[in-house]
Design a protein around this ligand. Structure first.
Ligand code: HSE
Length: 323
């Protein structure tokens, strides 16, 4: 094993900053486990002056992505730019240059799953993306490793923190969608442009990735029937409540008796006794039914800089052990 693992970080926004801070905070613990040094040695980021509440050596910043692929000392590239492009092109370039890649980018993975996984295989590098679905919940590692013996028949997930927060507040406080959204934006639980979250596109991206892993079936996010939460009213929530139910934005996929796999994203009434009904605020959960393991549920924080950094750094450590 190498004695010093070097990382090139693409993007120092909220998640990039969280990852940088989490690595600095836990570095001694991580390095002790690894038996090697682990450090971020280059950062691709235009905004070099923003106060991120942490000291960053200005010499780490570059505006030239090629400087990262061409740096022979960099072993792993962490991609935290978000969006399909230029993130996809950058990840492909990094892998072609022999760098392992860790990403949290569900949009790029959902859109270009074959391209990214094939490029990793062809170039004999690792591509890991635990943080792309369910934030800090270690569900991709579980599905692709520990649960390999199972044939899955059902998947049901609450996979978006923003919409789960909004629906929880509407339910708890009897508030209207628009009022909760404004409050969520003010508190940083919803983006200034919340479209991808509230229209269900973020969940469709995550379900597309899970479909490949859980059912071995590639479904492009735009082919997943998707309805968001923008039309949910106070009355809808009250109606559901009067019937002992809550409304949740669910990602759902199941195997039909004739072997087809159906999937959709939509607001759904859930009986309050269902295990997913108690998943509130920014928490996410994934319920799976496997042929050997039977019912299984994962629960944890699906969004936020530190929960996401937990998954990103877990992937970095797993790759580092193989270098
Ligand atoms: N906007 C996403 C959410 C972030 O609210 O869950 C994590 O993917």
């Amino acid at each position: 094993m190498k004695k010093q693992i070097n990382i090139g970080l693409l993007g120092l926004g909220n998640i990039g900053t969280g990852t940088f801070k989490a690595l600095r905070l836990n570095r001694a613990h991580i390095e002790k486990q690894l038996g090697a040094g682990l450090g971020i040695t280059r950062i691709l980021e235009k905004d070099t002056t923003r106060d991120r509440g942490i000291d960053i050596d200005p010499a780490l910043f570059t505006q030239d992505p090629d400087a990262i692929w061409n740096d022979p000392d960099i072993d792993i590239v962490i991609e935290l730019l978000g969006g399909v492009e230029p993130a996809t092109t950058f990840m492909v370039s990094a892998m072609k240059a022999g760098k392992h890649v860790v990403t949290a980018n569900k949009a790029a993975l959902a859109e270009n799953f074959e391209l990214l996984t094939d490029t990793a295989a062809k170039n004999k590098v690792k591509l890991r993306y635990e943080a792309s679905v369910g934030g800090g919940i270690p569900l991709i590692g579980a599905i692709t490793e520990s649960l390999n013996a199972n044939v899955f028949s059902e998947l049901l997930g609450i996979l978006n923190g923003t919409t789960n927060y909004i629906l929880s507040k509407m339910s708890d406080e009897g508030l209207a969608y628009d009022d909760v959204l404004k409050d969520a934006q003010a508190k940083g639980f919803a983006e200034a442009d919340p479209t991808a979250d509230v229209e269900g596109h973020d969940v469709a991206n995550k379900l597309s990735i899970l479909m490949s892993l859980v059912f071995g079936k590639r479904v492009r996010p735009e082919d997943i029937p998707t309805t968001g939460i923008t039309a949910i009213t106070k009355d809808d929530i009250a109606d559901a409540d009067s019937q002992g139910c809550v409304i949740k934005l669910l990602a759902s996929a199941y195997r039909t008796p004739d072997g087809e796999i159906n999937c959709f994203v939509q607001p759904t009434w859930l009986n309050k006794t269902h295990p997913l009904a108690g998943v509130r605020n920014e928490f996410n959960a994934l319920f799976l039914k496997g042929s050997a393991v039977d019912d299984l549920m994962f629960y944890g924080k699906g969004a936020g800089p530190f929960p996401t950094a937990s998954a990103v750094l877990g992937d970095v450590i797993a790759i580092s052990r193989t270098i």
